[in-house]
Write a new protein. Structure first.
Length: 286
């Protein structure tokens, strides 16, 4: 059975839309268009849609099989047609992702922090690794062995994920304020790799800035073109909100590109998503 980390790994590390792997694109298509029709898509429909994204049929079938082995998709037939449905766990992960990817929290220093303190027996050290991986994916930084910190707005999501994965018995969550002694602006640079995240945001802007400029010049939004651009845009974007803990603006570098990148994504989403949805539904209804 896949875990939350496994689905994150399906996304891979690429933020360049043109380098997205077929399985990343398939997860995006399921997240955007399959859930509203029951979570099931026929193999034929997937081949049609992925073909428009430049993925050939053998690559689609290979990627589907891989997602099935990882517990993300379940094979089933509907009306005699072969297809795949999202597993229950994949549905939960995608639902959690909706909040993370499409909403933009505006944290302040006054909101405080959430601390996750855990202790795992040596006989269950694999769960220790899983906890570290989950907390990292949720956006936590590591302050000391077994002590992790994140902005307070991540508390509810953290509690839900750890409970669902059966890890809550090993963790205590605390709300906290920083009282001293080093400045928080200095400390966050030790708790999170902000230069690496800054580089990823800059890469996203470099890759998609020309796309935004091109669509600003367009008076019409052809659905087929909107579909390919939006699926690739979202595939490139959706990993970044998981890497970014959403720190208060006061703690970020003055030239922080994350805000500009988020604005770019929101602008393109508003432009492309409706027409992309129209096109996807027309292809799925065949």
């Amino acid at each position: 059975m896949t875990t939350l980390v496994d689905l994150s790994e399906v996304d891979g590390g690429a933020t360049d839309a043109q380098s997205a792997q077929p399985r990343q694109l398939i997860v995006t298509v399921y997240g955007l268009y399959a859930r509203e029709v029951g979570g099931w898509l026929s193999v034929a429909a997937l081949i049609r849609l992925l073909g428009e994204l430049g993925v050939d049929e053998p690559a689609v079938r290979s990627s589907i099989s891989r997602l099935k082995r990882r517990g993300i998709l379940d094979a089933s037939r509907v009306g005699g047609a072969a297809g795949y449905a999202l597993s229950e766990q994949a549905r939960l992960i995608l639902r959690e992702g909706d909040h993370r990817i499409f909403e933009r929290p505006r944290p302040t220093l006054a909101d405080g922090w959430v601390l996750a303190v855990f202790s795992v027996p040596e006989s269950e050290r694999q769960k220790r690794h899983t906890l570290r991986s989950q907390l990292t994916r949720l956006g936590f930084g590591n302050t000391a062995p077994g002590v992790w910190i994140a902005p307070a707005h991540l508390q509810a999501e953290t509690a839900e994920v750890l409970t669902r994965l059966g890890l809550s018995a090993y963790v205590d969550l605390f709300r906290a304020d920083h009282l001293g002694f080093a400045t928080l602006r200095d400390k966050v640079t030790t708790w999170w790799d902000l230069p690496a995240l800054q580089a990823l945001y800059t890469e996203f802007l470099t890759a998609h800035g020309p796309l935004a400029a091109r669509w600003r010049r367009r008076r019409t939004v052809p659905p087929a073109e909107a579909f390919t651009d939006y699926v690739r845009l979202l595939t490139a974007w959706r990993r970044l909100p998981y890497l970014d803990p959403g720190l208060p603006a006061e703690l970020l570098p003055t030239d922080w590109p994350g805000t500009e990148a988020a604005d770019l994504f929101v602008t393109l989403q508003a432009k492309l998503a409706p027409a992309a949805h129209e096109h996807a539904q027309s292809r799925l209804s065949r």
